[in-house]
Design a protein around this ligand. Structure first.
Ligand SMILES: [Zn+2]
Length: 371
């Protein structure tokens, strides 16, 4: 069976929740419908004419891309312009386009984590905070013999973390009462008869970002037809997510050596360097895409060097004067998301025994030539 578009996007939004995106970012479904069966998915950095041809060849009717295809409200849709032709081709071939942009940059395991991991950076934190998870308290009443099953389901879904401690819960035994009324199909007891059951009140913590997933897992593992549970708002904050990453290399290396590592890790032929190539560096900031405005964030974080794309002349001068080295490997290094998102969705779909296939685009969308 093929997966529905909505189900695939639900998987995507578990990886990169929409509320991680910066305000006004163009994300989500941009063209077509998700209300259909998806035969094949193509994961791309940019949606170019060649990428659409690739989707047609692969019989993909959903493209998941990092960069938006519609940036501002359309005044017209003329199909003799390059953009209009692209939209026409997508619509005629029934290909939907879904965008995960800054929400995928921010996400755990997203573009910025991938870039940091590829260089072997440790002790990562965001360069700019975007979203702090709110925490909620879940209280659920469980018959004693099902306590372990329900608790494990919650922990597996990501509930029960306090700082660096996992599996946090509190459990109090007591007595639950209920009368199964007409129309019920009780797991314990009979219709019309008052039941007294030994139950455990389980309390645990849930970050808001996984609330739906955790509640679904709890309800699935719970034996009752109608589960009694409470969800409380708390005045506590959980983890902070953000754009860019700053972390440390195991050992100091020269800026020249770091340039070589960057070229290898991000598969780019050249980089632009600002700073003394012989300078020793260890604390590294990375940010996929255009990071010119993050020079002050990198300085504030105490980084020796900022690795980002689209650096302009004056920013380079400012960084040089402030003692921050810059490495610009280009904007296209964000292609690192293709394999990773493809692998993530493939695994999710295999777990569901779906026939939908996922492909990473092999089209190189780097507009620059290095001559
Ligand atoms: Zn980008």
């Amino acid at each position: 069976m093929f997966a529905k578009g909505q189900n695939i996007i639900q998987m995507m939004e578990e990886l990169a929740p929409k509320h991680y995106a910066v305000p006004d970012d163009k994300i989500g479904l941009q063209l077509g419908t998700l209300n259909k069966e998806i035969t094949n998915v193509l994961v791309a950095l940019d949606v170019t004419d060649e990428v659409v041809d690739e989707a047609i060849r692969l019989k993909a009717n959903l493209i998941i891309a990092h960069h938006a295809i519609i940036f501002r409200p359309l005044a017209h849709l003329q199909t003799d312009s390059p953009a209009g032709r692209l939209y026409e081709k997508l619509i005629k071939n029934d290909i939907a386009v879904y965008i995960a942009h800054t929400n995928l940059d921010v996400a755990e395991g997203g573009v910025n984590d991938l870039m940091a991991d590829a260089l072997g950076l440790n002790g990562l934190s965001p360069l700019e905070d975007i979203h702090t998870d709110k925490l909620k308290k879940l209280v659920v009443f469980i018959p004693e013999d099902h306590l372990d099953k329900v608790r494990q389901a919650l922990f597996q879904a990501g509930a029960g973390w306090i700082g660096h401690y996992s599996h946090c819960s509190f459990n109090i035994a007591g007595t639950g009462t209920f009368v199964p009324e007409e129309g019920s199909d009780p797991f314990i007891g009979k219709q019309g008869k008052l039941e007294e059951v030994r139950e455990v009140r389980l309390e645990t913590i849930i970050p808001q970002s996984i609330e739906r997933k955790a509640i679904q897992a709890m309800l699935k593992a719970h034996p009752y037809e109608e589960v009694a549970y409470d969800l409380y708002h708390l005045d506590l904050k959980g983890r902070t997510f953000g754009l860019g990453r700053v972390g440390k290399l195991d050992d100091s290396i020269t800026l020249q050596q770091l340039c070589e590592q960057v070229k290898q890790a991000y598969e780019v032929p050249t980089v632009r360097l600002v700073g003394d190539p012989n300078r020793s560096v260890r604390k590294i900031a990375v940010l996929g895409g255009s990071g010119s405005r993050y020079v002050r964030h990198a300085l504030f974080a105490g980084a020796d060097v900022l690795i980002t794309g689209d650096i302009d002349y004056h920013t380079a001068h400012d960084a040089l004067a402030a003692g921050l080295a810059l490495i610009d490997p280009g904007h296209n290094v964000e292609k690192i998301m293709k394999q990773s998102v493809t692998g993530y969705l493939q695994k999710k779909l295999q777990d569901k025994k779906s026939d939908t296939q996922v492909f990473a685009s092999v089209i190189n969308t780097e507009p620059f030539q290095f001559v």
